[in-house]
Write a protein that binds this ligand. Structure first.
Ligand code: APR
Length: 233
């Protein structure tokens, strides 16, 4: 196949698994400790903001205890050395891609280290704990601040930019995602419709595995560096 000149990479929780961050649906995954409705929906936040803030405060604080793995570092290298156009979109809310050397990462499900105000929509970088009485740094509304996480039922970020990139790419690579959640799970179909080659790098076959032109199964820290080396060769 001719060298790709526009690559879109979609990552999910599996790329951070070997850094020690729980995935969502593997046995013992994150949701199993918390019902999704309670900690990842606007209704759950309205019902018990204290619990939801605590859930994200713990995950935000845990970030400082983990570090990027070989897969994150390989994608950082790819971005610096690949001559074509690379779009990296992640469903993850951790900062391991950035700490692994990637920039301009599209966090379609938001970020743990970001917050926004439900009253005035001001967004800011948030490193410390939030509580139901935290005032918004812009409009001072107490209880306005919430985690900048796209909860179920909310619109993922930068969808127009993402759809345009997926339609324009000639190679779509999905790494460490179960293909269980839309709209991300639909990107492979869109890429194929627009003529891209599609590759899955995942520990186990995802729900959409059969749709991909090629699927390689194994740990991201093995598969991703190997694939990046082949692209840059
Ligand atoms: N290397 C590669 N893949 C791995 C590894 C690993 N070491 N460990 C697990 N995986 C794969 C699993 O096989 C699984 O297919 O990562 C995938 C993780 O799937 P999920 O836990 O469903 O995570 P993800 O696909 O990112 O979930 C998507 O769902 O709950 C929402 O918003 C949340 O962004 C999340 C979205």
């Amino acid at each position: 196949m001719a060298e790709p000149d526009q690559i879109v990479i979609l990552t999910g929780a599996g790329i951070s698994a070997e850094s020690g961050i729980d995935t969502f649906r593997d046995t013992g995954g994150l949701w199993e400790n918390h019902p999704i409705e309670q900690v990842a929906t606007p209704e759950g936040f309205a019902k018990d903001p204290e619990l939801v803030h605590r859930f994200y405060n713990l995950r935000r604080a845990a970030l400082s205890k983990v570090k990027p793995n070989a897969a994150h570092l390989a994608l950082g290298r790819l971005q610096h050395e690949f001559a074509g156009k690379l779009t990296l979109v992640t469903q993850n809310v951790d900062d391991l891609h950035e700490r692994g050397g990637s920039s301009d990462v599209i966090h379609m499900h938001g970020e743990l280290l970001s917050a926004f105000c439900s009253a005035c929509d001001h967004h800011w970088q948030q490193l410390s704990d939030l509580s139901p009485s935290t005032p918004c740094p812009a409009c001072q509304t107490r209880g306005g601040p919430r985690p900048d996480i796209v909860w179920f039922g909310e619109m993922p970020y930068q969808m127009r930019r993402l759809e345009a990139a997926v339609q324009a790419c000639d190679l779509f690579v999905s790494i460490g995602t179960s293909g269980a959640v839309y709209p991300a799970a639909g990107f492979v179909h869109l890429a194929k419709t627009y003529g891209a080659r599609t590759l899955e790098l995942n520990l186990d076959p995802s729900q959409g595995s059969a749709v991909f032109d090629e699927a390689r199964h194994g740990p991201a820290t093995k598969l991703v560096p190997e694939w990046v080396a082949s692209v840059l060769a």
